[in-house]
Design a protein around this ligand. Structure first.
Ligand SMILES: Cc1ncc(COP(=O)(O)O)c(C=O)c1O
Length: 370
């Protein structure tokens, strides 16, 4: 900011903070690259799905003079059916909530259950948006460190919750950015130790073989499980995230959502994608195969990989991760440098690409590794 511009009367607790900012390929000074830095699914929709989407969106466009269904009932019904199929837990539409990406779901959770004078807690390193969403809703933040190998034990988790008594506890499984799964024993122990709500962020659940925390919902009324269509469903551009919880939790989220927050076009696009579940989730096996190939090849370069249950992995350690990040970018591959975050010194993160994208990454890394 230049001296001539008067300081903006921004909230004290936001002054000096940085926005979320993973670089985007083709934008903000990053040329065309193989983009492996934001854990997307590399497989674009098939021609058949694109045609179905275009037809359904075209149909919905006829009534865009009207507001969309404020309750998104048809979409939430489809999401409940999908989660029921996936987890074998019968879920009613009243137990499922949807918003523009799971980030918006998480923001609504912070608005409804956090706020001034309350704390949210996470087990770090973890998803960087959790503390940012807490900050945006004037919710205090406490980060409890994971073990050196990024695992989370019942003892550490429960001690953190007992010490800080958070209104919201975030448990991310598989964890981003480490790929580490969290056992359901930890989730249960956190639920039992906690007076607040417990949000299990399962953004990457479909890539993992672990049992979903949805199976614990019946026993723990303050447990919330968030999911997204951005990853396994390969629908990041449509912005659709959702949550399963008790009907009472969903009712509370209605108090903070904006009216008509989910556009008619988003609702219809997500429903079409859910109708193509088999095709879209069919890419999960290919993504996992490329991830496994990455693990094997990176290890053969003499580097280490943190064991992962997701579509991405941490690799290193490097003495100068920003230099390796830049060297990979110079060779046309964009990965994520989170090495300045607490607990992540030395590591870079990369997500599995298509076969050719993965080859481009592995070739670039081979040339960069001493
Ligand atoms: C752990 C985790 N949760 C939530 C999200 C948000 O995803 P979206 O808002 O696209 O649903 C991400 C995105 O990378 C994530 O890594």
């Amino acid at each position: 900011m230049t001296g001539a511009v008067p300081a903006l009367p921004v909230r004290d607790d936001l002054r000096g903070r940085s926005p979320y900012g993973a670089p985007q390929a083709g934008r903000a000074g990053v040329g065309p690259v193989v983009q492996l830095n934001v854990n997307e699914n590399p497989h674009p929709p098939s021609a058949g799905l694109v045609a179905d989407l275009a037809r359904a969106v075209g149909e919905a466009a006829r009534t865009l003079n009207r507001y969309p269904d404020r309750e998104a009932v048809a979409l939430r019904t489809d999401l409940a059916a999908y989660l029921t199929r996936q987890t074998e837990v019968p879920l009613a539409v009243e137990q499922v909530w949807a918003a523009n990406g799971s980030n918006e779901v998480l923001q609504q959770v912070c608005q409804a259950f956090g706020g001034p004078g309350r704390l949210a807690l996470g087990f770090e390193p973890s998803y960087s948006m959790h503390p940012l969403l807490a900050a945006g809703t004037s919710t205090g933040w406490r980060g409890v460190p994971r073990e050196k190998d990024f695992s989370l034990s019942v003892d550490v988790a429960v001690a953190g919750v007992r010490e800080h008594r958070p209104a919201i506890t975030f448990v991310t499984t598989p964890n981003n950015p480490t790929g580490t799964p969290t056992s359901l024993d930890v989730v249960e122990a956190v639920c039992e130790a906690s007076e607040g709500v417990v949000l299990v962020d399962e953004a990457y659940a479909e890539f993992s073989s672990a049992t979903s925390a949805v199976t614990l919902l019946e026993r723990h009324p303050r447990l919330l499980v968030s999911r997204t269509m951005s990853k396994a469903f390969a629908l990041a551009g449509a912005r659709l995230g959702y949550l399963a919880a008790s009907a009472a939790v969903v009712d509370v989220l209605r108090l903070v959502r904006l009216p008509y927050h989910l556009s008619a076009l988003t609702q219809v696009a997500a429903r079409v994608a859910l109708a193509h579940e088999a095709e879209l989730l069919g890419s999960v096996a290919a993504v996992r195969a490329q991830r496994d190939r990455m693990v094997e090849t990176i290890t053969s370069y003499g580097l280490r990989v943190v064991p992962t249950e997701s579509n991405f992995l941490l690799f290193g350690p490097f003495e100068d991760p920003p230099a390796v990040w830049q060297a990979l970018l110079d060779r046309g591959v964009l990965v994520r440098d989170l090495s300045s975050s607490p607990g992540l010194a030395g590591w870079l993160r990369v997500n599995a690409g298509t076969e050719s994208e993965t080859t481009a990454f592995l070739t670039a890394l081979e040339n960069v590794t001493p």
